[in-house]
Ligand binder design. Structure first.
Ligand SMILES: C[S@@+](CC[C@H](N)C(=O)[O-])C[C@H]1O[C@@H](n2cnc3c(N)ncnc32)[C@H](O)[C@@H]1O
Length: 292
């Protein structure tokens, strides 16, 4: 979809009373989600494999662990993969909104039952979820009960939070988590409008001042535009970083050619080319061991 059309739709919804705006937004999201459930499973499986690879590399066992997911989104695909493939004890998944619908959970349950030859466990949990998945809608994870948590995970959430909220969230994690707990974030720092409109680049939004960008984005597609060093500065205030990986824009690639046409705004000029264009940031943090 052309990014201007998408922005116009979000702008119209943003102008409606909150309840009506969110209602229509959810209907549209449902429509999109329904069309691409198989694609969503495929892309979430790729994220799961990535997370598993990082934990394996660091020799962090997932078996029988209590996992907290930040930002459940539209379907419990990631929690289901952790439950089935990694044999975790439980996944507690938090979302400040409520996007799960019983009908789509049932549809997903059916797919997982078929996928795992009816060995997908008890599906009588709350909202018809696998019993090892607990869903906490309308709940900020920062307010969650986290003291027994071993590992926190998030997928494509941090880029949608304000820097202030990321800081508050990690302060709460630091206060509540036990020593030695881990946090793994998958962050997608690129301009999301480029996913559905190939005419613009993943870095297109770097040409705008904050004021200009705020006039384009809405509460439905908020993106903080933080660059790699800014994330690292915030996250390392409270935690030890034990693994970091990210992609770089390859010189002479199509994305590079698109990037070169952008007049990067003053606000981002202090960052190097690599910092400006770092993508798919995966960062593993550890709560420091407290010495008495
Ligand atoms: C872009 S969606 C990603 C959803 C899912 N992780 C995925 O990969 O499809 C971000 C989600 O994070 C949720 N969210 C944002 N801030 C949150 C917070 N402080 N606590 C829990 N959920 C939050 C939003 O409501 C939204 O559903």
């Amino acid at each position: 979809m052309n990014h201007r059309l998408k922005t116009s739709v979000f702008k119209i919804l943003d102008g409606l009373p909150d309840r009506l705006g969110y209602f229509i937004y959810h209907q549209l999201q449902d429509l999109i989600a329904k069309l691409s459930i198989e694609d969503k499973i495929k892309s979430t499986e790729a994220s799961y494999r990535l997370m598993k690879k990082i934990f394996d590399q660091q020799q962090i066992s997932l078996e029988n662990k209590i996992i907290v997911e930040v930002g459940s989104g539209w379907a419990p695909i990631l929690p289901y993969l952790f439950v089935h493939d990694a044999a975790v004890k439980k996944v507690l998944t938090y979302d400040i909104n409520k996007h799960y619908k019983k009908k789509s959970i049932k549809e997903l349950n059916k797919i997982f039952e078929e996928k795992y030859n009816n060995q997908f466990g008890d599906l009588s949990g709350n909202s018809n979820l696998n019993e090892k998945v607990n869903y906490f809608p309308y709940t900020n994870v920062a307010e969650g009960e986290l003291k027994d948590t071993d590992i926190i995970i998030s997928r494509f959430v941090l880029e949608h939070l304000s820097p202030k909220d990321i800081k508050k969230m990690h302060q709460s994690f630091e206060n509540k988590l036990k020593s030695g707990s881990y946090i793994l974030h998958l962050i997608s720092p690129g301009d999301h409008r480029a996913y559905s409109d190939k005419s613009i680049s993943l870095y297109d939004f770097l040409k705008y001042s904050q004021q200009e960008w705020d006039a384009i984005q809405t509460k439905f597609d908020y993106h903080n535009r933080l660059r790699l060093p800014q994330y690292l500065e915030i996250l390392q205030q409270n935690f030890e970083m034990i693994h970091l990986e990210y992609t770089s824009c390859v010189p002479e690639s199509l994305e590079y050619q698109k990037f070169k046409k952008i007049n990067v705004h003053e606000d981002f000029k202090r960052f190097s080319f690599e910092e400006q264009t770092a993508g798919s940031i995966n960062v593993l943090l550890k709560k420091k061991i407290a010495f008495l």
